[in-house]
Write a protein that binds this ligand. Structure first.
Ligand code: 1HE
Length: 282
């Protein structure tokens, strides 16, 4: 564990017990939303259907990210039941015509863009099946923690469809086009360790350890200066897509904005006065 996660020189506050939120987010029936201090925890809550993503489910996810409660600094997403998410609700696909199919995919894009380019970093805790649209959802998050039970697949090829939730843009940026092509054409399934080796996830933990690890990371992320976190989740993917010259210019602008915030000024001063944590080995 790094020693620089201390906020302005103080030890990280103990994790508060999770409590159910009130208001709009409490009315969402497919998500259970709880809060622990600055961390909002979203549980995909349709275990009988393996958290398959129906239209209302996608809309409810979107609702959370455009109605982020005051003071939330990081989000954790996990799945109830034996699996993180079985992907698209296949029962809804059957009756769709071409116009509504395009609009359906665009609805997923809007929701997952709201996650990736939303106000705060998002940690996904993965277990069991993380397949199809479930992997697309995970790839819209910023940090992915996999329990050993997690497995990753893109069964769209077998179902006669293609990814439509942003997977073709996001997943190759994590694992490369060749690996994604292999998963889609052959139906290959990666286990948690293979997902780690391929760059799909950043952490693998033992059975039942995912939520604790995800919450530890989310709480630590929440202690960073807000503008630094915002710059990481907004600017890094944009810069990666830009030509180098434009990317460097974007970096200069974003760096100047981040370092000019009062939070940054206070943190820099704290280090210089010996009040902040040092960088040490894990
Ligand atoms: C579903 C779905 C679903 C389960 N849509 N209802 N995704 C897939 O191709 C994955 C399909 N699902 C599976 O392979 C398996 O269900 C699992 C490996 C995830 C879980 O297996 P298991 O044995 O624990 O559960 P189950 O018995 O298969 O399923 C339990 C119930 O969930 C059952 O319904 P029930 O009414 O008979 O109890 C299943 O029908 C239901 N269920 N998965 C609808 N996906 C934007 S484009 C994205 C494109 C994609 O995501 S394609 C990949 C779709």
């Amino acid at each position: 564990m790094s020693a620089v996660h201390a906020s302005e020189g103080k030890a990280t506050a103990p994790v508060q017990a999770e409590h159910l939120v009130t208001g709009l987010l409490a009315t969402l029936d497919l998500l259970q939303v709880t809060r622990s201090g600055p961390v909002l925890h979203l549980r995909l809550n349709r275990p009988a259907k393996r958290n398959a993503l129906s239209d209302p489910f996608i809309q409810q996810l979107h609702t959370v990210f455009v109605n982020m409660p005051e003071g939330v600094r990081a989000v954790m997403i996990s799945g109830e039941g034996q699996h993180f998410c079985a992907g698209l609700d296949l029962s809804e696909v059957v009756a769709r015509d071409i116009d509504s199919a395009v609009q359906h995919s665009r609805m997923w894009h809007a929701a997952f863009d709201a996650i990736q380019f939303g106000p705060v970093p998002v940690v996904a805790v993965l277990h069991g099946a993380v397949v199809g649209g479930g992997l697309e959802l995970a790839s819209a998050c910023h940090i992915r923690v996999a329990e050993e039970s997690a497995y990753f697949g893109l069964p769209e090829g077998q179902r006669g469809i293609l990814v439509g939730g942003g997977g073709s843009a996001r997943i190759p940026r994590l694992m490369g086009v060749a690996r994604m092509t292999d998963l889609m054409l052959t139906g290959r399934v990666y286990d948690a360790q293979e997902g780690l080796n391929a760059g799909l996830v950043q952490y693998v933990v033992g059975a039942g350890m995912g939520l604790a690890k995800g919450m530890e990371l989310a709480q630590r992320i929440a202690t960073n200066a807000q503008m630094s976190n915002y710059a990481v989740v907004q600017a890094l993917p944009q810069i990666a897509d830009q030509a180098q010259g434009l990317g460097l210019f974007t970096e200069s602008l974003m760096a100047a904005i981040a370092e000019s915030t009062p939070q940054a000024q206070e943190r820099l001063k704290a280090f210089l006065e010996g009040r902040a944590g040092k960088v040490v080995k894990s």
